[in-house]
Design a protein around this ligand. Structure first.
Ligand code: KG4
Ligand code: ZN
Length: 348
């Protein structure tokens, strides 16, 4: 079964054509990070406009790559069995662009349509890259919007073991990068400068929560702000956005390295706890932060093997949406294309 997947929930416009939830026939990702960089983060209105501009070229490129055909080529469309699109969670303007495009294509070419959950998509990205994951399957999704530990007893039989009570871990990377004067997205910028820093120079606390698998990153962000204000000899009233010019490049590297160490250690600790408690047959990680090299190095300390996804399957992408759409098509009815609504706050 061949599925066209469309992803527009945040700042990547992506389309992929995937066979049987596994073989990628084409995968096109148009990132908006260069546009949002100048604002220091994603501007929702700018994001939806960019999705609108990018969707047709991205879909066209996906058809060219997979079938050497145009988007309106009826023979190529005969090879597509279904369309999957992110229905949430995400930014409503972007989701809307993806959903209306998918609905229009499903109507025009008479294809079944599947609205999929973006966060679950990050877990399913592993079904493309890894050999037949087995159940029970433990999945950590660490992205800009979510930090979640999920236990799947079967494909669509899952339990949310824990999640962040405030900021997502990727969001913490982005906010700390901003304080250090580093560019958006914060994850790759922090990793880059952290290579020259001392990970143990500053000791930041790991939040202790009553629920053993929950996460919290807002306290870490505040602890860093306080330490930064002290480091530049200012009071706690000194605004975070004025700190960076007072820092030396070594200080920036040390703060980045110490933050990255604390954030990644938090993820590893929770993952380790869940592995010990639930003895999963497979452990997977997904979401933008799963592309973090320091995290990938620390995975070897876990009591179970964790396969590493290629970076383009960690960050937002259409292939994971096509893959999840394929499994939905095997187990669930398709959505009514006239009534597929976006759900910006969709949860699992
Ligand atoms: O999964 P994703 O592309 O979008 C969401 O669903 O949110 O994740 C984006 C997040 C951003 O916060 C970005 O800073 C972070 O993932 N990220 C990283 C890395 N690459 C992207 N964080 C740490 N290290 C990285 N290499
Ligand atoms: Zn995502």
């Amino acid at each position: 079964m061949i599925v066209l997947g469309i992803e527009t929930s945040c700042d990547e416009t992506s389309a992929a054509i995937v066979k049987d939830g596994k073989a990628i026939l084409s995968h096109v990702i148009k990132s908006q990070t260069d546009i949002h960089k100048q604002y220091g983060g994603v501007v929702p209105e700018v994001a939806s406009r960019s999705h609108l501009e990018a969707l047709v070229p991205v879909l066209t490129a996906a058809f060219k790559q997979a079938f050497a055909a145009d988007l309106d080529d009826k023979t190529a469309w005969e090879k597509i069995d279904a369309i999957a699109v992110t229905k949430g969670p995400g930014l409503s303007g972007g989701l809307l662009m993806g959903a209306v495009s998918a609905r229009a294509l499903a109507w025009a070419f008479d294809k079944p349509l599947y609205g999929v959950n973006h966060v679950l998509g990050h877990t399913f990205a592993n079904f493309i890259a890894n050999d037949s994951p087995k159940f029970p399957l433990l999945s950590l999704t660490a992205s800009g919007g979510h930090t979640q530990l999920l236990l799947l007893r079967d494909l669509f039989e899952y339990e949310v073991l824990g999640q962040t009570q405030d900021d997502a871990v990727g969001e913490a990377f982005d906010k700390v990068a901003k304080m250090l004067g580093l560019s958006y997205p914060g994850g790759p910028s922090i990793s880059r400068v952290a290579e020259n820093g001392d990970r143990l120079k500053y000791r930041f606390p790991i939040a202790q929560l009553s629920s053993r698998y929950d996460f919290s990153f807002s306290g870490l962000k505040t602890a860093i702000l306080r330490e930064l204000q002290t480091a530049v000899g200012k009071t706690h009233e000194f605004p975070s956005f004025k700190i960076a010019p007072h820092l030396s490049s070594q200080q920036i590297a040390d703060f980045a390295a110490s933050f990255e160490h604390t954030a990644i250690t938090t993820l590893i600790k929770k993952l380790s706890q869940a592995i010990t408690d639930h003895s999963p047959a497979t452990v997977v990680i997904g979401g933008g932060v799963a592309a973090n090299k320091y995290l990938q190095q620390q995975l070897s300390s876990l009591p179970a093997e964790v396969k590493i996804l290629p970076a383009e399957l960690c960050t937002d992408n259409g292939a994971m949406i096509a893959c999840l759409g394929y499994f939905q098509a095997q187990h669930q009815p398709s959505d009514d294309l006239h009534n597929l609504l976006i759900q910006p706050s969709l949860s699992l």
